[in-house]
Design a protein around this ligand. Structure first.
Ligand code: MG
Length: 230
């Protein structure tokens, strides 16, 4: 359901559309399926999606801002259904974006795909973290340190935390049945970020672009199973 709804939002995210409209669509699509938007009411957050544009890294608040050609929009979305949570994020090019923006999106998404391949029994948690950092830094980008991936299941955020940086071979050993939300947040320029006065919206300190891709992934005996993929 998370994948279906994110895919729908992707098709609706165009120049002229407000992030609040996308939020309303996300909520109605969740409710129509008998699911509850996971973020609404979480720590006082009032919306179904986080909508983060350009230099905004995560936790952007949907509003009356209309998207314009050349923006990049990160949508983070989760639901609760039948006692379990799903969580995923995607950064979407709006209209025609710069080649620099396009490359940031491609590399961030690729870093997620590469990292997911380490979500296998016998590996350690930080093998995932290390994979993201290696991949993006080799291509000139920076890893956000202040926010991390997480376990997920009967709660939206469960242990362990999953940083997108660090040495390999540390942390818990992965076992079949573990479910992880892996979510690289990658900056075009420096890694530094800060949270604005609204208490939510986190932006890059140097104004550079930021991208965010996330999947909910089950560790299985047959390898990683991407649960939030269509
Ligand atoms: Mg998450």
């Amino acid at each position: 359901m998370v994948a279906e709804i994110l895919s729908f939002l992707k098709s609706e995210a165009k120049p002229g559309v407000t992030t609040l409209r996308l939020d309303e669509l996300a909520e109605s699509e969740a409710l129509r399926r008998g699911a509850k938007p996971a973020f609404k009411g979480y720590s006082g957050f009032k919306h179904a999606i986080c909508a983060s544009v350009n230099r905004e890294v995560i936790h952007g608040i949907p509003g009356k801002r209309a998207l314009v050609d050349g923006d990049i929009l990160s949508i983070d979305f989760g639901i609760l259904y039948d006692g379990f949570y799903g969580d995923a994020a995607v950064t979407i090019p709006i209209g025609k974006v710069s080649s620099a923006a396009e490359r940031l999106l491609t590399v961030t998404n690729e870093s997620l795909q590469v990292a997911i391949q380490f979500a296998r029994p016998g590996n350690r948690l930080s093998d995932i973290s290390h994979a993201v950092q290696q991949y993006v830094e080799a291509r000139g980008y920076s890893v956000v340190r202040e926010f991390v991936g997480h376990g997920i299941g009967r709660n939206l955020h469960e242990n362990p935390q999953i940083p997108n940086y660090g040495p390999p071979g540390k942390g818990v050993r992965l076992k079949p049945g573990m479910v992880l939300a892996i979510e690289p947040m990658i900056n075009e320029k420096g890694a530094a970020v800060y949270t604005m006065e609204d208490g939510w919206t986190t932006v890059t300190s140097d104004g550079g672009l930021s991208a965010h891709f996330e999947h909910t992934v089950a560790v299985t005996g047959d390898g990683p199973d991407i649960l939030s993929k269509l």
